[in-house]
Design a binder for this molecule. Structure first.
Ligand SMILES: *Cc1c(COP(=O)(O)O)cnc(C)c1O
Length: 414
């Protein structure tokens, strides 16, 4: 292998029908590929970042001045959001699936003292952090949050808005209210909900910081920006305690987006190199979200999720999720236990669905950026065919007919 120059990398066109990434809009890819060569301080690149910041505040419904993008994926934004958690801090984190579980790990790493980290550095268990586990397939309720915050009175509280691992929507209003009542600084993983769910940050004053990702509801995979937003209270707390990161420092990173000393400025300040291509793509994705409106997108997701849910239930599957971009299901009795095999056979054919990443093994089928009847019908038929390959006897024409009827009656009712 040492002296080999490999042939050019060809990646086939597949259907990303999982929890994310979703298909990136061709208009976003076009902006990405048509951006000229320009450095990170070129005036149009900087203008694009400033405009993107303003559009992101609209998409997210917030006046939080510290609202911008962190280069990278969801975990990059989440790392930036968690940066103010310092060793010895008290935190209550609610975990109901794979992703909030990893968020819980991030929190434990940041809140651990040096001694606590040294005991088990890859899986620290600091005394100040309470992880409240909610069983897979269930949502975090306001009552659960209220009870835990009343008991532990932590400095920070954490919850995922939409837990993509189990496909569950958690009680954001209940979480935010409990944070306010008990004076906790709320932190929310909104990686899966931004751009899919119709919510506004400023309706939840109990939440001090939010983090999302580029490639789910924002439909901007060409590795761009993980949106983050911080309240003034978070920033004041951060200024007081400090944090041991330069690159993910919310105050320092904000400067390149033209946010300096808590104010919008016309002249951004260098923080790190940004890509003209990434800026152009992110800018376009936000323009599209605002043109379509988040409210309409949310309605469309609900509309198409209901159709796909109806189709897979008619195939005998049991749906346990309640997110609108994703269906998490158990296969019918006869195929139970073969989830992983079935998912692998679909993926081998370019139909990118997913298993759950933690126990129990379930199938996850997503509709990110697949918001039309032919696309949902295609997903349902590919899935039905895959089940038939494993011995289910599903009538494909009946599936197609059922979807047609579902859409026609829903359309008439709306
Ligand atoms: C996808 C996801 C993540 C991880 O995001 P990456 O973009 O893979 O870094 C974190 N939290 C939730 C809720 C997610 O859905």
């Amino acid at each position: 292998m040492t002296d080999t120059i490999f042939p050019q990398l060809e990646i086939p066109e597949t259907l990303a029908a999982g929890p994310g990434p979703g298909n990136t809009d061709p208009r976003v890819l076009e902006r990405f590929s048509k951006a000229g060569v320009a450095d990170h301080m070129q005036p149009d690149v900087l203008r694009g970042m400033v405009e993107a910041k303003h559009m992101l505040r609209q998409v997210w419904g917030t006046k939080n001045i510290h609202t911008f993008g962190v280069a990278g994926t969801g975990w990059s934004g989440l790392d930036c959001m968690m940066s103010a958690i310092m060793p010895g801090d008290t935190v209550v984190a609610f975990v109901n699936g794979t992703f909030s579980g990893i968020d819980g790990l991030t929190i434990r790493m940041k809140a651990a003292t040096a001694e606590e980290l040294a005991v088990d550095s890859l899986n620290p268990k600091p005394a100040g952090v309470q992880i409240i586990e909610i069983p897979h397939g269930q949502s975090v309720s306001g009552e659960i949050v209220e009870k835990a915050l009343a008991e532990h009175k932590p400095k920070w509280a954490f919850m995922a808005h939409w837990e993509t691992g189990s496909g569950r929507v958690n009680d954001l209003a209940g979480f935010a209210e409990a944070c306010e009542r008990h004076g906790a600084l709320g932190l929310v993983d909104a990686v899966s909900s931004l751009g899919v769910s119709d919510f506004a940050i400023d309706d939840y004053p109990g939440v001090a910081a939010w983090a999302s990702c580029p490639q789910k509801g924002i439909c901007c995979l060409p590795l761009t920006y993980a949106p983050v937003s911080f309240s003034d209270r978070y920033i004041a707390e951060l200024k007081k305690s400090g944090t041991r990161t330069f690159v993910h420092h919310p105050i320092m990173e904000a400067r390149h987006w033209g946010i300096v000393d808590g104010k919008d400025v016309d002249k951004p300040v260098y923080h790190r190199t940004h890509s003209a291509y990434a800026v152009a793509a992110f800018h376009e994705a936000l323009r599209i979200a605002l043109t379509e409106t988040v409210a309409d997108r949310a309605k469309s997701y609900a509309h198409h999720e209901a159709a796909l849910r109806d189709a897979v239930e008619a195939m005998g599957c049991e749906v346990t999720s309640n997110m609108t971009s994703l269906i998490v299901l158990n296969l019918p009795g006869k195929l139970a236990g073969r989830e992983m095999e079935l998912v692998q056979s679909c993926r081998a054919k370019g139909f990118g669905i997913w298993p759950t990443l933690s126990e129990p093994v379930q199938v996850r089928i997503g509709i990110l950026n697949q918001l039309n009847e032919p696309a949902v019908t295609d997903i349902a038929l590919r899935f039905a065919q895959a089940m038939n390959d494993f011995g289910a006897e599903i009538d494909l024409e009946a599936v197609e007919e059922r979807l047609k009827t579902h859409y026609a009656t829903r359309m008439a009712a709306e």
